[in-house]
Design a protein around this ligand. Structure first.
Ligand code: ADP
Ligand code: ZN
Length: 761
């Protein structure tokens, strides 16, 4: 049977999930011309409220639902093959149910963008007009131009701004690819042609991979013989893969213990079986090294799904996976939806990382959903971390997943020694800067004198996190959000880190008109300056969202790796898995920052950040050193991170959670309401609270309701936000109450707007 006939729908009607905020599917008729062409998982164009929408066929049906007289007909089919495999579609239906989110929106979030102009290319018979032929069989190999400079512009030759920029890119490089110019130079092809006409560049057509993760060739590696702890983990995981047992594992291994090697072996096993695997990582942009290790082991036949892909590249990757030409997908949380066929393994690296939770629209948690998808697909799931989330470790302790431990570093290196510096006793060091204590200053000195490198971590970007008027004491605040504005001195502005509102630094105070400000707190920009002043010979670089937007994360990390940078100052971007041999010192400039968040996970998050960043020090032959500055040296998250004692931290933290009845001992659902006026938001939230109280479980206390309360950011982008929190150890009752609220929300609360967040972070 040809593949295209598999699962074809022969019925007269289909159920279609549409990307609208309604928790139901819609029935459409199948026109004769499309009989036998539609399948479950096909995207189709349909009319909905006089608009043309793209929906997904979820099932066929023989007649109209009761009470429905007639149905519109499907206008056309938008993909030559269904975007979703049956396994993926079944899983996504379960995910939609779990998060009580409209299926159509879930499917839209999971699918790649439609082929360009698909809606307009539909013919009268409902099929797409022929597309230009697809490029090759490989994921992303295209013909591109390699461009070289051929000389300097002679005096008097006038160059446009874009032409100048191309020449700038060529100043310290041999050649660039057209693809590299495209993101920043519009009509790059035309600009290069014009430069070639002037004799300033020449170019040749080459076969190149425009994807930055594949640009440089990588030699195959020789797998190291596993340590005995790795061997044990590999055996158990691979047995489950071979037996096709959908078992879940927690791989708990200190930083550098060789977890990645275990993933590589497990994926290798899956490939030998001719099956497929998915690897999820927190932020793919921060992990080029990790992708390099997978290419070194498996070659370039892997799909790396990242936000830099063009729509066409994503489409190609999607198709290669769906057809089984490529069997391994790597990516951040949305790679969970990769249409890998014959899926036998899902690995979630750094499973504790909060970036696995999508924080708008379809608010899923990729780690939790990885467990669900694996279960549905009959696949093995491996969650890996040096600092597992409390929920996951609890699950492992309760026997719901199997715990595998890698207790020591694979290379035999020891974990770095951590010195906790009490900032209440050690004030300013020799530089006078409040956050450069004498011990940190001394350690930096020794590190730089020895020719080593250092990473300094401070979780605030900008110069000063807030500024206060000298005249009246008012904090400079964002006019649209309830947060203080952060000073960015290099740009001479105050900026809102939520809506990016900007105003000049020197403007008079909005309240009293005074023009002098007091700068409160220290951000990465200020720390960068302080280090440059105190260590004039050191080459200092900064990595945070501001610099990442400019030079790019990879470029900054490359400079550290090649030794062009001595000290890297940055936000949590520096805490991720960079494995850089020359780094022997890690300084945590202010460990307390993440403790201040009004969140029951603040302590856990702090422990994780500290343990992760400490793991960056001394991975090669030189032992590492960590200096941890804090005002609360006795806090368990800080004390136990300094002792590398995860088990003790878990024991204390889980006891606290049990006492106050928070996850993993209860489940949470948040309802978020926002509106343009504060009273509207508050009243709508109150109305939802009253609705919930109709349920017996609220009245007898089996489900607790907290709120209405203003959200931590009560005002955001000019809108007022309120919240309601539902909490219960009884998942079934909690879902019943949530279902009541969903029904009310679906009736509409205009002008207020409400959304549900199941398992909020
Ligand atoms: P993790 O993922 O737990 O942080 P990695 O897999 O990155 O650890 O391993 C840390 C370092 O140890 C890497 O440089 C890796 O190449 C090396 N390594 C891993 N396993 C072994 C082994 N069995 N023998 C020798 N070196 C190993
Ligand atoms: Zn703002």
């Amino acid at each position: 049977m040809p593949d295209s006939a598999l699962g074809a729908i022969a019925s007269a009607y289909v159920e279609v999930a549409l990307p609208v905020p309604l928790r139901r599917v819609f029935t459409y008729g199948v026109p004769d011309s499309l009989r036998g062409a539609l399948r479950c998982g096909s995207r189709v164009a349909v009319s909905f409220n006089r608009r043309k929408l793209a929906g997904v066929v979820v099932s066929g049906r023989d007649d109209l639902p009761d009470g429905v007289e007639r149905a519109l007909r499907v206008a056309g089919i938008l993909d030559s093959e269904p975007v979703f495999t049956p396994e993926l579609l079944r899983f996504l239906e379960q995910a939609a149910k779990y998060y009580m989110h409209p299926l159509g929106e879930v499917l839209r979030a999971a699918a790649p963008a439609l082929p360009t102009g698909a809606m307009k290319r539909l013919r009268a018979d409902g099929f797409l007009e022929a597309e230009e032929s697809l490029p090759g069989q490989r994921v992303a190999h295209h013909v591109t131009w390699q461009i070289r400079a051929t000389g300097n512009a002679p005096e008097g030759v006038r160059l446009g701004a874009r032409q100048k920029r191309v020449l700038e890119r060529l100043r310290d490089r041999d050649s660039v690819l057209l693809e590299e110019l495209r993101p920043e130079i519009s009509d790059a092809r035309g600009v290069v042609r014009a430069l070639a006409d002037k004799g300033l560049v020449d170019f040749e057509e080459i076969e190149a991979n425009p994807d930055p993760f594949f640009r440089t060739p990588i030699a195959r590696d020789v797998p190291p013989p596993p340590t005995s702890a790795q061997q044990h983990a590999i055996e158990l995981i691979n047995d489950a893969i071979l037996d096709q047992r959908p078992e879940a594992f927690l791989l708990h291994g200190v930083t550098g213990s060789g977890k990645t090697e275990v993933y590589l072996r497990a994926i290798d096993e899956v490939r030998r079986e001719g099956a497929g695997a998915i690897l999820l990582v927190p932020e793919i942009a921060l992990t080029p090294q990790l992708v390099g290790r997978f290419r070194a082991r498996f070659g370039d036949e892997i799909a790396v799904l990242h936000s830099g892909l063009t729509a066409r590249q994503r489409q190609d990757a999607w198709q290669s996976l769906r057809r089984g030409r490529i069997t391994v997908a790597i990516g951040a949380r949305s790679a969970l939806f990769a249409p890998v066929t014959n899926l036998r393994l899902i690995v979630v690296d750094e499973e504790h990382d909060p970036s696995f939770k999508q924080d708008e629209g379809f608010r899923y948690h990729a780690r939790d959903m990885a467990l669900l998808r694996a279960q549905y697909a009959g696949a093995v799931c491996v969650l890996g971390s040096a600092t597992p989330s409390i929920e996951t470790y609890h699950r492992a302790n309760a026997g719901k997943m199997r715990l595998l431990s890698l207790p020591a570093r694979a290379t035999g290196a020891t974990l770095p020694s951590v010195e906790v510096v009490d900032l209440r006793r050690h004030r300013r060091g020799p530089t006078g800067h409040p956050l450069l204590s004498r011990p940190l200053y001394g350690a930096l000195h020794r590190c730089l004198d020895a020719g080593h490198q250092a990473i300094l971590f401070l979780n605030r970007r900008g110069f000063s996190p807030s500024v206060r008027c000298e005249g009246c004491g008012a904090l400079a605040e964002c006019p649209a959000c309830s947060v203080a504005l952060t000073e960015h001195r290099s740009q001479n502005v105050l900026r809102c880190h939520y809506c990016d509102f900007r105003r000049p630094l020197v403007a008079p105070c909005a309240k009293c008109g005074a023009a002098d400000y007091q700068h409160l707190g220290v951000g990465t920009e200020q720390l960068h300056h302080a280090i440059e002043e105190s260590f004039p010979k050191a080459r200092v670089a900064r990595l945070d969202r501001d610099t990442a937007a400019g030079e790019g994360v990879e470029a900054v990390l490359d400079r550290l790796r090649t030794g062009a940078v001595d000290v890297l100052v940055g936000t949590q971007m520096v805490t991720k898995g960079h494995d850089i041999a020359g780094v022997t010192l890690v300084g945590v400039v202010l460990a307390d920052q993440s403790l201040a968040f009004p969140d029951f996970r603040a302590s856990e998050r702090t422990f994780q950040l500290l343990a992760q960043v400490a793991g960056r020090a001394g991975r090669a032959d030189v032992p590492g050193e960590v200096i941890l500055q804090t005002f609360q040296p006795e806090h368990p998250a800080i004390r136990l991170a300094a002792q590398h004692d995860y088990e003790q931290f878990y024991a204390e933290e889980v006891r606290n959670r049990e006492e106050v009845g928070y996850p993993p001992f209860a489940r949470l659902v948040t309802v978020r309401v926002h509106a343009g006026a504060e009273a509207t938001a508050r009243n709508a939230t109150q109305h939802l609270a009253d609705t919930a109280r109709r349920h017996q479980a609220i009245r007898d206390g089996a489900v607790q309701i907290l709120g209405p309360a203003p959200a931590p950011l009560a005002r955001l982008r000019g809108r007022y936000h309120y919240r309601l929190l539902l909490k219960s150890p009884d998942r079934k009752l909690l879902r019943q109450v949530a279902a009541l609220l969903v029904a009310r929300i679906d009736q509409g609360l205009a002008p207020a707007h409400a959304t549900l967040d199941v398992d909020p972070l």
